[in-house]
Design a protein around this ligand. Structure first.
Ligand code: TYM
Length: 326
């Protein structure tokens, strides 16, 4: 038996923030030790929101660069742009024929985004393409943040449905969702998750933010009334979010963080959080600065070739099962 396969994806729009990092990317990097890892910049998914082509192309390259800087090692992981591997969309079509509209109508992400007035067919079928991303590589494990659990559930259903109808083909993929950090909240509204698209820049820290910006964002983070550093999502979501961020960047268990800092003022604790984030992100900033665009482009071209041939290897079997083989 070879190693199990890990797959995950990230949309290349806006800038990658510490929520993406703590919820998913850190695991992507760690899993490289134990699994065959495949990571994808899901550019087709990003097209479900309006994009300026010139900006989009730049952001796509930038996303790849940040992933590499954050520790995705192209010598150990397959890294590529989704659009360069057409087997994803071919499999998405086939899986779409197994997807009930009821399944898609229930998707909270679709409901949220279509509520903002930008509903299109791509947004509706987004979770089906995501299932294809995972299944095309016969992935076993999918490291993601908590917001992807509903999508992941559909991927599992579709794998089972396909296997039942056409014969055993796909492993049923499982999520790898961190116990702490799966849902980092906005620094301006601890009731909302930190997101790439929120208008208020103060709501997030980006992986490439400079130390001054990081300090400013953390010091201005909305905290709760009262004093004392506690871990309590109900009563003190603002400070609890900062405790989580601190715990993750310093690799200290939550309990220890709370014990050690319980008596501190919010302002004092925020300064510590800011320094921990600055230190934690410094190696990523350095690696990013040292990476040339041309090198990243070469990596992504090679990744596309390898991903295409491996996806095609699996897709041949899928076509045969469905009756599209000859
Ligand atoms: P995306 O690009 O929105 O986010 C990338 C990863 O970051 C996680 N994440 C968070 N984790 C913790 N706290 C947050 N505030 C936070 N915000 C985002 C996400 O859960 C995700 O793991 N649909 C996916 C991309 C995708 C994909 C796939 C993922 C497409 N195909 C196949 C896995 C497998 C998305 O939009 O991620």
């Amino acid at each position: 038996m070879g190693r199990q396969v890990v797959f995950s994806g990230l949309q290349p729009t806006g800038n990658i923030h510490i929520g993406n990092y703590l919820g998913a990317l850190r695991n992507w990097v760690r899993l490289q030790d134990e699994y065959d890892t495949i990571y994808c910049v899901v550019d087709l998914h990003a097209l479900t929101q309006p994009q300026d082509p010139v900006v989009f192309e730049r952001e796509r390259l930038e996303a790849a660069k940040v992933l590499i800087a954050a520790g995705v090692n192209p010598e150990r992981s397959l890294l590529y742009y989704q659009s360069k591997v057409p087997q994803h969309t071919e499999l998405a079509w086939i899986l779409g024929t197994l997807t009930q509209m009821g399944n898609l109508n229930r998707m909270t992400q679709f409901k949220e985004k279509s509520g903002q007035g930008s509903a299109n067919l791509g947004l509706y079928s987004y979770p089906v393409l995501m299932a294809a991303d995972i299944l095309i590589h016969h992935a076993h494990k999918v490291p993601v943040g908590e917001d992807q659990t509903q999508h992941l559930e559909l991927s599992r259903d579709l794998a089972e449905r396909f296997n039942r109808r056409y014969g055993e083909e796909f492993p049923v993929p499982e999520g790898i969702i961190p116990e702490v950090g799966a849902r980092i909240m906005s620094l301006q509204d601890p009731a909302a998750k930190m997101s790439k698209s929120a208008e208020n820049l103060g709501s997030r820290v980006l992986l490439l933010d400079d130390p001054d910006t990081i300090r400013k964002r953390i010091l201005r983070a909305v905290t709760d009334s009262g004093t004392g550093i506690t871990y309590d999502w109900e009563a003190k979501p603002g400070i609890t979010n900062l405790v989580e961020i601190f715990s993750l960047f310093t690799d200290t268990p939550i309990g220890e963080v709370v014990n050690e800092h319980s008596e501190k003022q919010y302002g004092e604790f925020k300064l510590l959080v800011a320094e921990a984030v600055i230190d934690g992100l410094a190696p990523i900033r350095r690696a990013h600065a040292a990476l040339e665009d041309e090198e990243v482009k070469r990596i992504m071209q090679k990744g596309a070739l390898d991903a295409r041939s491996s996806a095609e290897g699996f897709q041949v079997g899928v076509r045969e099962k469905v009756g599209l083989g000859g």
